[in-house]
Design a binder for this molecule. Structure first.
Ligand SMILES: [Zn+2]
Length: 197
C-alpha cells in the first residue's frame, strides 16, 4: 500500500473518491451532498447517496440507503447474523450522524473512514461519540477516522448550501452568498475544525 503526498494511503483515497462521486450525484439531484461506499474484501458491495428530499424522508441518509441494499441481497448476507457488517468498511464523505453511527454499531461495522466532520449531527465524536465513547452493554464500538478527502467533502457541501434550497418550508434567498474556499485545517485543540460553512 503506497502513500500519497499527504501521507494518506492511496487505497483509502480511491474509495473516498468513489464516495465523492455519489455525493456529486446527490448534489446534482438537489440533495445535501453526502455519498458513501461499503467495501468488503477489497470490493465495493454497495454505494449510495443521500435521498432525503427525493423520498421526503429524513432517515434516507446515504449510509442507510446502502445498508438497506446490502441486507436485501442474500448473496451478501447468506445467513441471518447479528453483525452482518463485521467484515465491511464504510467510506463516507461526511462523518455519520448520530442515527447512522448507531445503526452502524448495531450492525457491527468493522471501521469507518470519513471526509469532514459534522458539527451539527456527528455521531462519531463531533456531537456524540456513538461509535465508541458511549458504553453499550452489548454492541462493541468501532473506529471512525476522519480527514480523508476532507477539503473536497467540505467544498461539495458548500456548493449545495450556496444554492437555494427549494425544499425548505420557507426558502431563504442566498443570492448574495459567495462560495468560500478557505478550509480551516484540522487541529486537535479546536472545535472549529469540523465546521464546514
Ligand atoms: Zn445519517
Amino acid at each position: 500500500m503506497s502513500d500519497n503526498e499527504d501521507g494518506v494511503p492511496d487505497i483509502y483515497v480511491g474509495w473516498m473518491r468513489e464516495a465523492l462521486l455519489m455525493a456529486e450525484e446527490a448534489l446534482n439531484g438537489g440533495e445535501v451532498p453526502v455519498g458513501c461506499v461499503f467495501v468488503r474484501d477489497n470490493t465495493i458491495i454497495a454505494k449510495a447517496r443521500n435521498r432525503t428530499n427525493e423520498l421526503r424522508n429524513a432517515t434516507r441518509h446515504a449510509e442507510l440507503e446502502a445498508i438497506d441494499s446490502i441486507l436485501a441481497d442474500k448473496s451478501l448476507t447468506p445467513q441471518v447474523t447479528q453483525y452482518p457488517l463485521c467484515d465491511t468498511t464504510l467510506y463516507v464523505t461526511v462523518e455519520p450522524c448520530i442515527m447512522c453511527a448507531s445503526a452502524l454499531r448495531q450492525l457491527g461495522i468493522k471501521e469507518v473512514y470519513y471526509g469532514c466532520g459534522n458539527d451539527r449531527f456527528g455521531g462519531c465524536g463531533s456531537v456524540l461519540g456513538v461509535n465508541s465513547e458511549l458504553q453499550h452493554p452489548k454492541h462493541s464500538g468501532y473506529n471512525a477516522v476522519g480527514g480523508y478527502c476532507r477539503e473536497e467533502a467540505i467544498m461539495m457541501l458548500r456548493r449545495f448550501y450556496i444554492t437555494e434550497n427549494t425544499n425548505a418550508p420557507v426558502p431563504r434567498s442566498k443570492a448574495n452568498r459567495v462560495l468560500k474556499t478557505e478550509i480551516i485545517p484540522v487541529t486537535h485543540d479546536s472545535d472549529s475544525a469540523n465546521k464546514v460553512l
